[in-house]
Ligand binder design. Structure first.
Ligand code: FES
Length: 109
């Protein structure tokens, strides 16, 4: 099964296995990975699942939709060239070993 490596703000990591078709957000919630809030439940309407793809897998990731692009502009943490909504990153064998860095915060609390 494809693996996802989550890198936390303190630089520690956690590796999780996710079946193809599972989103990086769903895999985080299912495995108790902290740092992804996912207020909208994966509807690309909250940007509280923002991650930075830190590995070469960005090019193999599903294409960014216009909705995701607009929503990333509203993310709490600064947007970067490797920013994605983790609810729109669906795992596939090509993404095996993908590393995603979690922002310090997903929203203003
Ligand atoms: S879970 Fe809300 S935008 Fe991804």
């Amino acid at each position: 099964m494809p693996k996802i490596i989550y890198r936390f703000p303190d630089d520690s990591t956690r590796t999780v296995q996710a079946a193809p078709g599972t989103s990086v957000m769903e895999a985080a919630l299912a495995n108790g990975v902290e740092g992804i809030v996912a207020e909208c439940g994966g509807a690309a309407m909250c940007a509280t699942c923002h991650v930075y793809v830190e590995s070469a897998h960005l090019a193999a990731a599903p294409a960014m939709s216009e909705d995701e692009d607009v929503m990333l502009d509203m993310a709490y943490a600064p947007r970067a060239a490797n920013s994605r909504l983790s609810c729109r990153l669906f795992m596939s064998p090509a993404l095996d070993g993908m590393e995603v860095r979690l922002p310090e915060r997903q929203r203003e609390d």
